[in-house]
Ligand binder design. Structure first.
Ligand code: ZN
Length: 416
């Protein structure tokens, strides 16, 4: 992929500017072999959603029928009768066993496949180190949530699904709040950006949009990946915009401003809070489904799997199995919710940065790991961002309708 993308002749401001021709000219800058490669990478990802789901479900069903999970519970009970510690011991066994069993898929998806497509920058040792750190985070946070939920189920056997949903929502607010400050730095170095050439235009754009911030953050994503990206994370006091060092190093100033305009759109339109509302509804639905699904499954197979009831820790793998079915089915809905927010942020970003060409350049760079021109149903079901083609077209349409902002070069014919 070219590092700095030029504005093609068809996308230069002119009285004959045509958004479709400009879009096609941008797309034509991507060499055919690169398109084939990123399409193959992205389409492979569709299949991985399916294989991950099927493999996880097969393991869960196999071990349920072999009664391994019940044996793990017996082991945890032998270790201690004190409920919270018992839950911790069970969670530790379950997490370690599951991590080992899915490791072949994890290492293929996270390491070999990323290297094959030139997206990874880590050798095996540091990659494995990150995996261990991730396991540590899951151990602590997962254990906390599981302990809270079992506490709720044991105390409120009739209404646990309501309170379980409330606890889960509060827990996700808590992790969202601490993530940028305590979790991201476990994996990457986060620093304040201080190059005035980059920071000043961003802060001026922030002021123009009523965002009270004095800092823009950057992180060394290049430690793991070649991907360019930026995001808004955190809640309330910890909310911040972070752009990764790949974007900083490879993006043109126009491109960085276009991306920052997009991120500010997320910020100003309260996308994080709207997402929280959406996820809260989804969480309540998931708990209603779990209440029903667990009752149904335990009545049929509870005895065979030696699970005593919903308050028994041995039920946990069944909960994850049912949850994985739920999230698999919800994939298109989740994607569509996210994609809609991303489109809103795209429009906001164009209006505030006024960098349609920078935005088109960013879409091309993001196309290193995304399919640029999917079919409409494919985009609806499987894309959590608008496709690259649609993003470039939206930018060029914006440019066509705001041509007065750009110096229009008269053609020779018109000069005469
Ligand atoms: Zn976004």
């Amino acid at each position: 992929m070219p590092s700095v993308i030029q504005v093609p002749a068809e996308a230069q401001a002119s009285p004959h500017f045509d958004a479709t021709a400009a879009t096609n000219a941008y797309l034509a800058q991507i060499p055919a072999d690169k398109t084939a490669r990123s399409d193959a990478y992205f389409e492979g990802g569709y299949w991985l959603i399916l294989w991950d789901f099927l493999y996880g479900a097969a393991i869960a069903l196999l071990l349920l029928n072999l009664r391994w999970y019940a044996r793990m519970r017996d082991l945890a009970e032998r270790a201690t009768r004190f409920k919270p510690v018992h839950t911790f011991v069970y969670w530790l066994q379950y997490l370690v066993l599951t991590t080992i069993l899915v490791f072949p898929l994890t290492v293929y998806e996270g390491y070999f496949r990323e290297h094959k497509y030139g997206l990874a920058t880590q050798t095996f040792g540091p990659w494995m180190g990150d995996q261990m750190k991730g396991l540590g985070v899951d151990l602590v946070l997962g254990c906390l949530l599981v302990m809270l939920l079992f506490g709720v189920v044991r105390r409120l056997p009739r209404t646990w699904w309501i309170w379980g949903a409330v606890v889960t929502i509060l827990f996700s607010i808590f992790t969202g709040l601490i993530a940028p400050v305590y979790i991201v730095p476990i994996f990457n170095k986060v620093t304040r950006l201080n190059d005035p050439k980059i920071v000043d235009p961003i802060l001026s754009m922030a002021r123009a949009n009523g965002i009270a911030t004095k800092d823009v953050y950057t992180m060394d994503a290049s430690r793991q990946t070649t991907r360019m990206s930026a995001n808004v994370s955190g809640f309330a006091n910890t909310m911040r915009i972070t752009l990764n060092d790949n974007l900083l190093r490879r993006g043109s100033p126009e491109e960085i401003q276009a991306v920052m305009g997009h991120e500010m759109g997320h910020y100003v339109m309260n996308h994080i809070y709207k997402r929280l509302m959406f996820e809260s509804i989804e969480t309540v639905l998931a708990f209603v489904y779990l209440y029903w699904g667990l009752g149904w499954a335990l009545q049929r197979w509870g005895e065979k799997w030696q699970i005593r009831g919903v308050g028994d820790t041995a039920v946990l793998p069944l909960v994850f199995l049912l949850a994985s079915i739920f999230s698999f089915v919800f994939t298109p809905i989740d994607n569509t919710f996210t994609r809609t927010q991303e489109y809103e942020a795209d429009m906001y970003g164009l209006n505030t940065s006024r960098q349609p060409d920078g935005f088109a350049q960013a879409a091309i760079h993001l196309g290193e790991y995304r399919k640029m021109s999917p079919g409409p149903i494919e985009e609806w079901v499987l894309f959590d961002h608008p496709s690259g083609r649609n993003r470039i077209y939206a930018a060029m349409r914006w440019k066509a309708e705001n041509l007065k902002l750009f110096a229009v070069q008269p053609t020779n014919a018109e000069r005469k």
